[in-house]
Design a protein around this ligand. Structure first.
Ligand code: C6P
Length: 409
């Protein structure tokens, strides 16, 4: 399945009109549309099964367990993990990062230790580290970005020291569209003995990601940005790092032995999956990664990059439009502002045209400050977008400009 028409036909949500226009969906960085194989996999589980996993021995429960563990194996293959046991199901990237912050970093960091991060981090890869710093006495150190928003290895090298214990970095920015050289950062960080946490929320849906090649210690991402339902995500961890990480949730299924006064934990990943898990979500995530593998992640990456770079070029050429981040290389999004118009108003005019974009600070307030703006509009792409969606994006901008130039007269 390679043609855009074939891919589009797999997304039923695209077959609707919004405010009298065929839907143009340009908000995949917030969440991706769900393809039919995901909808069918989740529906089949709910309709024909619905059992919990790792508990009962009846046939439905065994089938549910098999499907849940098969989804884990699918995800492991998708991200190049050596073993399914290195893949932990969570609620999403935010929970995964908090699991590392609470379960690993709070146990291993001490006063004077340094946590290296960048001003381009999403709040989910920033606030947990602030909490770790407060609890342990560790210090946050920010690597400054280049003027165009890129992260240079020289700056990373200069900011690392023998005190750096942990580097937390996004692989792809949800605002700048930049792609960070995570493998090289991991090499530099490991040379000073630091552990590397990669926020893959915006990279795993858009790029081939191989945790073995990256050699990161942890990778966090969300299923919903890949086409799976909300409420399911992944924490990948190297086996030795997962051993060193304490659970976040204590209770059923994560134990080995419970006595009256104390308990011991199951091996990873069960240790981190206390309580009845999101079985439907996991099955949906397995279907989502198989669907993307069917297209091919190299194809997805080339497609998203082409759209984003062309969008950047076209938007930058429009009078009064400011585009953020470098022109290239970029992942599948472009953040912009229209002179004199609040981004929320931009998004409103777009919606009236049937075009879904996002406006706001994108959970990246330090980055907004760095850019010198309160908010931006943002168009972001998925495998179902094509050149006609770029035309719609330009049409939306021209409509916004027309609307507000009328209003100001
Ligand atoms: N960014 C966006 O519109 P959750 O909410 O846990 O699924 O993902 C959090 C997250 C972490 N890191 C990055 C780089 C992200 O982009 C996100 C989610 C959405 O940009 C919602 S703010």
């Amino acid at each position: 399945m390679t043609t855009l028409t074939d891919i589009r036909s797999a997304y039923p949500a695209l077959r609707q009109t919004i405010n009298g226009h065929p839907l143009t969906y340009l908000d995949s960085a917030a969440t991706a549309l769900k393809p039919t194989p995901v909808i069918e996999a989740v529906t089949a589980y709910l309709r024909e099964n619905g059992a919990s996993v790792h508990r009962s021995v009846h046939t439905l429960a065994e089938r549910a367990t098999e499907a849940y563990e098969a989804a884990r194996a699918d995800v492991a293959r998708f991200i190049g993990a050596a073993a399914p046991e290195t893949v932990v199901f969570t609620r999403g990237a935010t929970e995964s990062l908090n699991l590392v912050a609470y379960g690993y970093a709070r146990r291993h960091l001490a006063p004077g230790d340094e946590i290296l991060l960048t001003p381009a981090e999403h709040h989910s890869n920033l606030v947990p580290w602030q909490q770790v710093a407060l609890a342990t006495g560790a210090r946050l150190v920010y690597v400054e970005l280049e003027p165009d928003g890129q992260l240079s290895l020289e700056a990373v090298r200069a900011a690392l020291s023998e005190r750096t214990r942990l580097v937390a970095v996004t692989q792809a920015s949800n605002v700048l569209g930049t792609i960070n050289p995570v493998a090289e950062i991991a090499r530099l960080a490991h040379a000073v003995g630091a552990v590397v946490v990669v926020d893959g929320a915006q990279s795993v849906p858009h790029l081939p990601v191989d945790v073995t090649a990256l050699d990161c210690d942890f990778l966090a991402f969300s299923g919903h940005k890949l086409g799976a339902p909300t409420g399911i995500g992944i924490l990948y961890g190297k086996p030795e790092r997962l051993e060193e990480t304490e659970p976040l949730l204590f209770g059923g299924e994560m134990i080995q032995l419970v006595e009256r006064e104390r308990s011991t934990w199951a091996d990873p990943p069960a240790k981190f999956e206390g309580g009845t898990p999101n079985v439907a979500g996991a099955i949906g995530l397995g279907a989502a990664v198989r669907f993307l593998e069917g297209i091919g992640m190299a194809t997805v990456a080339a497609h998203d990059r082409e759209l984003a770079e062309e969008a950047y070029r076209r938007l930058a050429a429009i009078d009064g439009v400011r585009v953020y981040g470098p022109p290239a290389p970029r992942t599948g999004l472009v953040a912009f502002n229209i002179e004199g118009v609040h981004p929320h108003d931009v998004a409103q005019v777009f919606d009236a045209e049937g075009i879904a974009i996002r406006a706001g600070h994108h959970c990246a307030q330090p980055l907004m400050r760095w850019l010198g703006v309160a908010a931006t509009a943002r168009a972001s792409f998925g495998p179902y977008n094509g050149p006609d969606d770029l035309d719609a994006l330009v049409r939306g901008i021209l409509a916004t400009k027309r609307y507000f130039s009328r209003g100001s007269r």
